[in-house]
Design a protein around this ligand. Structure first.
Ligand code: HEC
Length: 122
């Protein structure tokens, strides 16, 4: 019995550890999973999906000058509703049905770390 109890404690501790580490790197994981195939792991717009027939280049998130033209609200809008909602290419898919609000907030923060810019205010 005592043995089983210890195993149970170990399992609970282990699962809490994984929850904690998933939170710490949450936004980066979400980015890698959903965005990096087009925007690239480091955000340069050079993901493996982008072949020479790709009609538009995915935004380069490390370009601070371009990224500063977007407010956080602009980013949220294009992430939730896709390129066409901001008169951009439909090659940028809508994510509103896939991602939670918290995940989108995390992504916006992550993109701001990639561009090292604050974006258009207001
Ligand atoms: C299938 C490829 C693809 C995927 C996957 C993708 N994007 Fe894009 N994204 C694009 C393209 C292409 C553009 C540029 C559209 C244009 O300039 O017309 C773009 C543009 C953007 C822009 C800039 C819009 C602007 O107004 O300049 C943001 C922000 C963005 N994507 C965020 C994301 C995020 C966050 C994810 C992951 C949840 C993601 N994208 C996943 C292709 C993709």
């Amino acid at each position: 019995m005592r043995h089983l109890f210890l195993i149970a404690v170990a399992i609970i501790l282990a699962s809490q550890l994984t929850i904690a580490s998933a939170k710490a790197s949450g936004a980066e994981q979400v980015y890698k999973f959903y965005c990096a195939q087009c925007h690239g792991l480091t955000g340069k717009g050079d993901g493996p999906n982008v072949t020479k027939d790709f009609p538009v280049s995915p935004r380069n998130f490390t370009n601070a000058a371009e990224m500063n033209k977007l407010s956080d609200a602009d980013m949220r809008n294009v992430i939730m509703d896709g390129g066409p909602s901001a008169s951009k290419s439909p090659m940028m898919p809508p994510w509103g049905k896939t991602l939670t609000d918290a995940e989108v907030n995390g992504l916006i923060k992550h993109l701001r770390t990639l561009c090292q810019c604050k974006g258009k205010q207001g």
